[in-house]
Ligand binder design. Structure first.
Ligand SMILES: [Fe+2]
Ligand SMILES: [Fe+2]
Length: 203
């Protein structure tokens, strides 16, 4: 490519529809892995058996690690930039509530997920009956909270971002978002997409 051709290239534009598409794609990926978690748990009502099966136990830990790291490193950093911008907009009380409910759900779900990961690791190989039953309750609570959260964001948060941020906001945030989206694309390609495909393809 010559310098002349480079100069003719359009600069990358970051706008609402581009950012929405990224957030929705993230939600679909997280939702797909949640379905695999449900499937893994559904295949064995008895989590004593799951903990005793190294393959199943390892698959479940891998899925939980994906959910944790993808949300932490890919999805939430982008959402956080949008929250910061939204809060500056002078939201109505009900709009502010949407942002704060989302943020508190993030904390609550992270706590549930960390506890679940820790307990699952602890019960590798063998799980006494009562602890296996408690593990199932914990896993179901996490799944339920995470699914409700994705639905809440899709139905309340994303429309709010779309409605309240203006072309000027997107323009002002463009450089910051472009850098963030670049980091996301690189990490996804290198690290998360192979893990995501492996989870979907696993038995
Ligand atoms: Fe979220
Ligand atoms: Fe989200």
């Amino acid at each position: 490519m010559t310098v002349g051709e480079l100069e003719l290239e359009e600069p990358v534009r970051i706008d609402a529809s581009k950012v929405m598409a990224i957030l929705q794609r993230d939600h679909q990926r997280l939702g797909a892995v949640l379905e695999r978690v449900e499937h893994e748990l559904g295949a064995r009502r008895d989590l004593q058996a799951l903990c005793a099966d190294a393959a199943s136990h390892g698959r479940l830990l891998g899925m939980l690690a994906f959910l944790h790291e993808y949300a932490d490193r890919i999805h939430h950093p982008l959402e956080t930039r949008l929250f910061d911008r939204l809060i500056e907009k002078g939201l109505t009380p009900s709009e502010r509530r949407v942002v704060f409910v989302t943020m508190s759900q993030h904390e609550e779900i992270l706590g549930d997920l960390l506890g679940l990961q820790e307990e699952l690791r602890r019960l590798q190989g063998q799980a006494p009956r009562e602890l296996a039953a408690a593990l199932r309750t914990r896993a179901e609570r996490y799944l339920d909270a995470q699914k409700r959260h994705l639905h809440f964001e899709d139905s309340q948060l994303l429309p709010l971002i779309f409605a309240r941020l203006t072309a000027r906001d997107w323009c002002e945030m463009e450089r910051d978002l472009a850098a963030q989206i670049g980091i996301i694309a690189e990490s996804c390609e290198r690290e998360f997409l192979p893990a995501f495909r492996a989870i979907l393809e696993a038995a």
